[in-house]
Design a protein around this ligand. Structure first.
Ligand SMILES: NC(=O)c1ccc[n+]([C@@H]2O[C@H](COP(=O)([O-])OP(=O)(O)OC[C@H]3O[C@@H](n4cnc5c(N)ncnc54)[C@H](OP(=O)(O)O)[C@@H]3O)[C@@H](O)[C@H]2O)c1
Length: 245
């Protein structure tokens, strides 16, 4: 019997695969045989360091800063794509998201660029009956103090999963999503750098711990695998039960 989680000879692209959750997802697929491409904002792979949670070994890097509309169109896509994970994400603090500039900056990366990326990869995914996975957040499902754009962008991302899944299932593209809970990365340093805030957050997680990039990789590989062949348009909460109550 073939292993449904063997991705040998598959080509995977992780947008926002240079650190944190996306980097963990990229290595999950790489460890299971895939040829993995990642994008991030910096000029070269040498600009990333292990101290920041980045490991680009064995991954093919290309720069793609999607903070400008249409920027993803300049990316040289591999000829073949079996799985695309959209994991880019940003946040603004100090109430900046209440101002137009901060709002736009977050919406551009967290929502508008998802559509740009999805539009660009669609023909290649359709060629091989591929899988598109959008990383949103459990912040999609509740109000977020101080981060209206982040929460709204993530709610938009969950909505986009459903609309794209419905539109493209007939082409053989399965679109699904992952809504992570709390994972220590450079995006969440503001919480995890504080022992008190971390303890407060963990106390609200039934699983009793924060999530890891590997936890997210498990969900991504399941969604991309034949095990999920009949799963269409779903966003799985991978949050240790944090949003159960
Ligand atoms: N960590 C959590 O607790 C958590 C919870 C729920 C959802 N999420 C979501 O998970 C995803 C990954 O976040 P993370 O926590 O792993 O944070 P992270 O370590 O900061 O990773 C974010 C990724 O997005 C890329 N990125 C940021 N701005 C970009 C831009 N303008 N253009 C292109 N790429 C850009 C980053 O590239 P560089 O490395 O070059 O900066 C990096 O690869 C995000 O969508 C985030 O909203 C995270």
């Amino acid at each position: 019997m073939t292993d449904p989680l063997d991705f040998t000879d598959k080509t995977v692209l992780v947008v926002g695969g240079t650190s944190g959750i996306g980097n963990g997802i990229a290595h999950g697929f790489r460890e299971r045989g895939a040829n993995v491409h990642v994008t991030g904002t910096r000029a070269s792979a040498d600009d990333y360091s292990a101290e920041e949670g980045s490991d680009l070994s064995g991954l093919t890097f290309q720069r793609a800063d999607v903070s400008e509309p249409g920027a993803f169109d300049a990316v040289a896509l591999p000829d073949r794509l079996d799985v695309v994970v959209l994991c880019q994400g940003t946040v603004r603090y100090r109430r900046e998201e209440f101002e137009r500039e901060g709002w736009d900056a977050v919406m551009e990366v967290n929502l508008n660029s998802l559509m740009d990326c999805a539009r660009a990869v669609r023909p290649r995914l359709a060629d091989g009956g591929g899988s598109l996975i959008i990383v949103s957040s459990v912040g999609a499902y509740h109000a977020m103090i101080g981060n209206p754009a982040y929460a709204a962008s993530k709610a938009g991302a969950v909505s986009l999963v459903g609309s794209l899944a419905q539109a493209w299932a007939g082409e053989g593209i399965r679109v699904n999503g992952i809504a992570p809970g709390l994972v220590p990365t450079k995006l969440t340093k503001v919480t995890t750098d504080s022992e008190q805030r971390t303890a407060g957050a963990v106390a609200r997680i039934p699983a009793g711990r924060m999530g890891t990039p590997q936890d997210m990789a498990g969900a991504a590989m399941y969604l991309a695998s034949p095990l999920a062949d009949y799963v269409v348009g779903q966003t799985i909460r991978v949050d240790g039960g944090m949003t159960l109550s």
